[in-house]
Design a protein around this ligand. Structure first.
Ligand SMILES: Nc1ncnc2c1ncn2[C@@H]1O[C@H](COP(=O)(O)OS(=O)(=O)O)[C@@H](OP(=O)(O)O)[C@H]1O
Ligand SMILES: Nc1ncnc2c1ncn2[C@@H]1O[C@H](COP(=O)(O)OP(=O)(O)O)[C@@H](O)[C@H]1O
Length: 691
């Protein structure tokens, strides 16, 4: 920017800012009106406009009409819009500094409104709005059209979350995806090039192929997964990061058992692009709209209610009684109001989905006095980075106008590493937070580990209990809770609110009411279809869940009618069956699949898809190839032996014998009913059907 300023006759920064702002507000205005609004002469405006056009901030278009004075309109270009945002920020910072100086002169004390570098101090005060990266509605409409010509990047779900918080000020002071210099500073020592504290790399990862289509200096359009444009970005940096170093420094180990390291190596693109972002519109959310607030909306809410101190509670889990107790205490201790601020972007794989969680939060919200507590949803993509994540969460909460933040034991912990040990110590997050607290601008309230004391029938902070040997402490771990839910066992009222338990049970009914898939595999003629049909009838007799049979033959007539028997086609066929079965399982039904499915890797992939939603029971119908050939019900083996059918499984094509099937069924000298019954017994033993 400075080079542009020095080489042309642009006005000095304040004046340029006013000019860009005026053009943004009233692009259609006559030059006279614009000059008047800016308080400058027409001649001066003309020279400014010329310089701004040369610098690429403004485009001049001719418009038809008799009035010579109204011949041209001047509109902000994408670059101009970005420049305006950057100048707005500097302008505000300068004004704050002037205010501060004046305050000190008149009162003898500094106001605390220190700009730019110490911006986090400023955030302690939620009275002022926070800078956003959005342009005005009118500019956004123009940019949307202009951006049609730009190279587009389709954002991943994680990038959409990041972009939303960049644009709405949740990631202030970031003005875009990190440049290489900022990235290196953040990875190495949690600092941006400006020196500001920032612990998490917010990067735009793309494929090598896409990166090859982008030059440094170019503007690109950032679109959501439906192709809606959300922002443009001026690419200032393009580089290949050292991902192993990023994993080590940011997440503490280059170990793919860490969800963010797994993402880094197995999902993120190879190349990073960096540069300032110009916000066009927020990502669209159709769910819980009334509960989603930008930092400025929350700040305005706090201002309106006169909440000067607000303690934020971050969570990715349903709220149980212990959480309510500790949030109460935290608010009391800080003498602050309480913001329940759950993450609804991306959390740890396997967490309770956010729809269920939000219904749970809503159910407990009226257990808090209405005048002290509110709830807002945060569309953050968590990284589970423990200590660094805690610092990041604090900065984000400060941006949202909070003054205090609860940091618990093992905050944002990723679970165990591949050696079975914790990635971080239980209080590492609190320690790192404490070290950086003054810069974060949001005071830590450390988590009290609350436990239920049976004799006194109340929650108490474990570190405050003096008679530990005389009392009974009760606790239910996350794993135990999941077990009780899965098996439909009692969850006591001291542990959770009945309303919360009801919601959790609705989403996660006991196993005997959940969907599952029975996947038969074996040679042609082994008996898969026959046993599958018998099983289907038995399950239908029991009732309760819809049963769908995806038989190999039938699927090939409908879903896969264009496919042959090459490895590629067989895999595609099985993946399709797996997809349908996973949808059935997800929605609480029973899917019975009966293809040959000769390849172990494909069976494993299908298992993974389905196990995300329910149980997968692989049944190997282990009839020998000799017996299948003897049966040759369809006469196919004869044709295969004669070479009239190519690639025939077991004759001229491979079959990987399952090694870890849940059940192996022999069919020679065993009747069909018995084979099907063996499957029923297996399902009962797994708790999938009630005995
Ligand atoms: N080359 C070759 N190899 C194996 N099977 C063949 C072949 N050509 C036709 N058929 C008939 O197709 C049925 C197998 O289809 P699948 O969809 O189960 O096969 S696969 O899982 O995709 O490998 C299979 O049906 P089932 O007997 O019910 O298994 C055969 O009847
Ligand atoms: N115990 C058994 N289980 C299943 N099928 C059997 C059994 N014993 C004999 N069979 C016969 O084997 C043949 C298997 O055919 P099918 O079920 O179509 O196999 P696939 O679907 O594996 O190709 C049928 O004729 C069936 O009657």
């Amino acid at each position: 920017m400075s080079s542009l300023l020095s080489k042309s006759a642009l006005p000095e920064e304040d004046q340029l800012f006013r000019l860009l702002r005026q053009l943004d507000l009233a692009p259609e205005a006559s030059q006279r009106a614009t000059a008047e609004a800016l308080g400058i002469s027409l001649g001066r405006l003309n020279s400014y406009l010329r310089a701004a056009t040369e610098a690429g901030f403004v485009t001049k278009t001719t418009r038809p009409g008799p009035d010579r004075r109204q011949r041209f309109t001047y509109a902000l270009t994408m670059r101009g819009a970005g420049e305006k945002l950057r100048l707005a920020d500097r302008f505000l910072a300068r004004k704050f500094a002037e205010y501060d100086a004046l305050h000190a002169e008149l009162t003898g004390t500094a106001s605390g409104l220190v700009p730019i570098k110490y911006r986090s101090n400023l955030m302690e005060n939620n009275l002022a709005p926070i800078p956003e990266l959005y342009v005005s509605y009118e500019s956004a409409q123009k940019l949307k059209i202009e951006a049609g010509e730009l190279t587009s990047h389709d954002l991943t779900p994680r990038q959409i979350c990041d972009l939303e918080l960049l644009m709405n000020g949740g990631f202030n002071p970031l003005k875009g995806f990190l440049s290489e210099e900022d990235y290196n500073g953040v990875v190495e020592n949690m600092r941006l090039a400006s020196g500001a504290l920032w612990p998490m790399p917010i990067t735009l990862d793309v494929t090598e192929k896409f990166a090859d289509t982008v030059e440094v200096g170019q503007d690109i359009a950032l679109r959501d997964q439906e192709g809606v444009i959300l922002a443009t970005m001026t690419v200032t940096d393009k580089w290949e990061p050292n991902k192993a170093r990023e994993a080590e420094k940011v997440f503490g180990a280059d170990d793919s058992a860490h969800p963010a390291v797994n993402y880094l190596h197995n999902h993120a693109g190879k190349i990073y692009l960096g540069g300032p972002v110009t916000g066009i519109q927020q990502p669209v959310h159709y769910d819980f709209r009334a509960r989603r607030d930008t930092p400025n909306e929350l700040r305005a809410y706090f201002r309106k209610l006169g909440w000067r101190k607000v303690v934020a509670f971050q969570t990715r889990n349903p709220l149980h009684r212990a959480h309510q107790e500790l949030t109460f205490r935290a608010a009391k201790e800080a003498q602050a109001n309480l913001l329940i601020h759950p993450v609804v972007g991306l959390t740890k794989p396997g967490d309770v989905d956010h729809f269920t969680r939000v219904r749970c939060y809503e159910a407990v919200l009226d257990k808090y006095p209405a005048s002290t507590t509110t709830m807002s949803l945060l569309n953050l993509a968590m990284r589970m980075a423990g200590p660094r994540e805690a610092v990041w969460h604090g900065l984000i909460r400060a941006n949202h106008g909070c003054t205090h933040f609860i940091v618990g034991r093992d905050h944002a912990g990723p679970g165990k590493n591949s050696a079975g040990e914790d990635f971080y110590g239980p209080y590492d997050a609190q320690e790192l937070y404490r070290e950086n607290q003054s810069e974060i601008g949001c005071e830590m309230v450390d988590f009290k580990h609350m436990v239920w004391v049976q004799e006194r029938a109340q929650y108490e902070a474990i570190d405050e209990i003096e008679d530990k040997d005389k009392i009974t402490i009760l606790n239910i771990s996350g794993t135990e809770l999941r077990r009780r839910l899965a098996e439909g066992l009692e969850i006591p009222e001291w542990f959770s609110f009945p309303e919360v338990v009801k919601e959790l049970r609705r989403t996660k009914p006991p196993r005997s009411k959940q969907g599952f898939t029975v996947f038969f595999t074996g040679f042609s003629g082994s008996g898969k279809s026959t046993i599958a049909n018998a099983l289907m009838v038995k399950l239908m007799e029991m009732g309760g869940r819809p049963v769908t049979l995806l038989d190999g033959d039938i699927v090939r007539k409908n879903l896969s009618s264009e496919l042959g028997f090459s490895k590629e086609h067989r895999d595609l066929n099985i993946r399709r069956i797996g997809y349908v079965a996973s949808e059935i399982t997800k929605n609480g039904g029973i899917a019975i699949c009966a293809p040959i499915a000769p390849y172990a890797t494909t069976r494993r992939a299908v298992r993974e898809d389905i196990e995300a939603f329910g149980a997968f029971i692989e049944v190997h119908v282990a009839t020998s190839i000799e017996e299948c050939e003897r049966r040759d019900r369809k006469g196919l083996y004869k044709l295969a032996r004669e070479g009239k059918i190519k690639e025939f499984t077991g004759i001229s094509d491979p079959y990987d014998v399952p090694e870890n099937a849940e059940l192996v069924v022999e069919t020679e000298n065993v009747d069909v009913d018995n084979c099907a019954h063996q499957v029923i017994l297996k399902l009962e033993s797994m708790g999938l059907i009630a005995g």
